[in-house]
Design a protein around this ligand. Sequence first.
Ligand code: AMP
Ligand code: ZN
Length: 102
Amino acid sequence: MTNCVFCKILAGDIPSKFVYEDDYCFAINDINPKAKKHILVIPKEHIESLNEVEDSSLIAKMFEAIKKINKQENITHFRTQINTGSLAGQEVMHLHIHILAN
Ligand code: AMP
Ligand code: ZN
């Protein structure tokens, strides 16, 4: 997707440090953190939102990644959040899971 900020980050067109990466997803620190640690877990495939997920195993893979990221970042107490649709606060129309930890 040419006009998608997360696709641009994945392509290296917008500089960003990856906290984590595997075959299915990558993770970055949120540019506008709403908690002491605020990490975004993002599938490499451009999927607009949870509504467009066809293979639910992707979601399991993302949560497996979350477990690894949390271990790496020493996060044990955290919230996860998926905003779906603009009326629910989704600003970037590329699926992502927020990890929020204080
Ligand atoms: P959402 O409202 O669920 O779509 O969340 C989008 C999140 O992406 C927001 O928390 C933004 O702060 C974050 N964000 C937007 N652009 C960037 C960027 N270039 N690097 C890191 N995080 C970003
Ligand atoms: Zn995208």
